[in-house]
Each structure stands twice: as structure tokens, then as C-alpha cells.
Design a protein around this ligand. Structure first.
Ligand SMILES: Cc1cc2nc3c(=O)[nH]c(=O)nc-3n(C[C@H](O)[C@H](O)[C@H](O)COP(=O)(O)OP(=O)(O)OC[C@H]3O[C@@H](n4cnc5c(N)ncnc54)[C@H](O)[C@@H]3O)c2cc1C
Length: 243
């Protein structure tokens, strides 16, 4: 398989999405379109005094014909890569490698979909949702999104608007440490999977698929639940791990 291309990118915009997460918008320095499939990631090469390091990030925006794309980065306390990127100033340039990865959702091979994410694991699913919408794909896409507190819900307004405007889209945030004021779902994502998976399968709209993204512990728990208890096949379960 050929190596993915290396190219230079420039940071054009920075936006705080939650207390710990910043969205960074980059564009290719050469102005060429950046082609990728929704769900893929890129590596950024970060210069440091003791040598460069590479860190991977899912592309949060959907494919377009432009040179620009977005990433959403959680600040990990003491983490060199995420700290470097949170401190990066607009106008700075970096080398990038990509796109890479097979966590994609070809629209001719998928079915009604349950998207399961925690934290910035929601970004490839955001890209998939917008890509499906742009292609006029109307099979159900239900997103179960787990975070601790209400202000950690990334892209909340956007997901709520998508769910309001499209009957095939459902947005189900769940909080593990929600305040008393929170009227939505509570607990870890896995608490809600059996109910939503059965409902999706019962719609009679085809074989359901699930797309899971986040840290290893959550991804393994949800995969095991689907495969061992809910009888999902290997082909129905797609996942990406960040650690
Ligand atoms: C395919 C892929 C896609 C990824 N996409 C994203 C993304 O879109 N956004 C993003 O923020 N990170 C993403 N990551 C994680 C990212 O590559 C780095 O691991 C992360 O930024 C931490 O790097 P660091 O140098 O700051 O800390 P390190 O010292 O390298 O890592 C410290 C610890 O941080 C934990 N960690 C890693 N990622 C996260 C996270 N997102 N949230 C909480 N804890 C984490 C891990 O358990 C790790 O052990 C992705 C990783 C992979 C493999």
C-alpha cells in the first residue's frame, strides 16, 4: 500500500468547544483540495526541542472540495501533543500526513446506524453524519454521545439542529456526572445501547450497523456488549480507538 502523502498545513482558526476541547481549522498551504473519506484521520508532526512527535487526529469536518478541514482536540493534562496544539497560534504551520484509516461508512454498504462516542470520539461520526446528509442518504443515524458534564457536550447546538431538521437523525447525549438540572439520559453510553440497538433493528429498515469511537475501555465494553449479548456480527460493528 502506498504511503499517505505529507503536506504542509496552516492553522487558520481556533474555537473553544468545551472546557477541555479546542477545534482547530487548518488549510493546506499549497491550496490544493484535501480529499478524504468521512471517518478518516491525519497525523500531525509536532516539532519539539528533543525531536519531533507525531499524533493522530480524526477529521471532524465532512469532505469538501476545499483545502480546509477541522480537528477537535482534547487537552490531556501533561500530554505533549495536545498541549502543543492547544497553544498553537493561528498562522502557524505544521507538517501533516494523511488521510489514513479504515473507520469509514460507505453509504452503499451500510444500514441504519447507531453511532456511539465519548469525548472527541464524536468527531469522525460528525463527519459521517454531514457526509450522509450531503449525499441525501436518509437511513437512520442515531448518536449516543457520552460525556461527564453538560458543558462537555461538543457540537451540541449543531447535533440538536440536525435532529430537529431530519427525522432520520436522533441525538442522545448521556452524562456520567450530570447536575440535578439535567433532564436527559444519564450514565455511561453502554447503559443505553440495548434499548437503542433493539429499537433500530426493529424498524425493519435493514441490518443495523454500529460505529463506535473513543478511548479503548469504552470501545471494548461496547463492542463486547454488541457482539456477546446483542448478537451483532463482526460486519455490523465498526470501531476506532484513540489509545
Ligand atoms: C486514530 C486516532 C485518532 C485520534 N483522534 C483524536 C481526536 O480527534 N481528538 C483527540 O483529542 N485525540 C485523538 N486521538 C488521540 C491523540 O492522537 C493523542 O493521543 C492525544 O492528543 C494525546 O496526546 P498527548 O501527546 O497530548 O498525550 P500522551 O502523553 O501521548 O497521552 C496521554 C494519555 O492520554 C489519553 N488520551 C489520548 N487521547 C485522548 C482523548 N481524546 N481524550 C482523553 N484522553 C486521551 C491516552 O489514554 C494516553 O494514554 C486519536 C488517536 C488515534 C490513534
Amino acid at each position: 500500500m502506498p504511503l499517505p502523502p505529507t503536506f504542509e498545513v496552516r492553522l487558520t482558526e481556533k474555537r473553544q468547544l468545551s472546557p477541555a476541547v479546542r477545534e482547530l481549522t487548518f488549510e493546506r498551504q499549497d491550496g490544493a483540495p484535501f480529499a478524504f473519506e468521512a471517518g478518516q484521520w491525519i497525523s500531525l508532526i509536532l516539532p519539539r526541542e528533543d525531536g519531533e512527535i507525531r499524533r493522530s487526529y480524526s477529521i471532524a469536518s465532512p469532505p469538501t472540495t476545499t483545502s480546509s478541514f477541522q480537528l477537535a482536540i482534547t487537552h490531556v493534562q501533561g500530554g505533549p501533543g495536545s498541549t502543543y496544539l492547544h497553544d498553537l497560534t493561528p498562522g502557524s504551520t505544521l507538517r501533516a500526513v494523511g488521510p489514513q484509516g479504515f473507520f469509514t461508512r460507505p453509504l452503499d454498504k451500510t444500514g441504519p446506524s447507531l453511532f456511539v462516542a465519548t469525548g472527541t470520539g464524536v468527531t469522525p461520526l460528525r463527519s459521517m453524519m454531514h457526509a450522509a446528509k450531503a449525499a441525501g442518504h436518509t437511513l437512520p443515524m442515531w448518536l449516543v454521545f457520552g460525556v461527564r458534564h453538560e458543558d462537555d457536550i461538543l457540537y451540541r447546538d449543531e447535533f440538536e439542529a440536525l435532529a430537529r431538521e431530519h427525522t432520520n437523525i436522533r441525538f442522545e447525549p448521556t452524562l456520567s456526572r450530570g447536575s440535578e438540572m439535567w433532564g436527559g439520559r444519564r450514565g455511561y453510553v453502554q447503559t443505553h445501547i440495548p434499548e437503542l440497538w433493539s429499537e433500530l433493528a426493529g424498524l425493519g429498515l435493514g441490518v443495523p450497523h454500529t460505529y463506535i469511537c473513543g478511548l479503548k475501555r469504552m470501545v471494548s465494553t461496547v463492542r463486547d456488549l454488541l457482539r456477546k449479548e446483542l448478537n451483532a456480527t463482526r460486519e455490523q460493528v465498526h470501531s476506532e480507538r484513540y489509545d
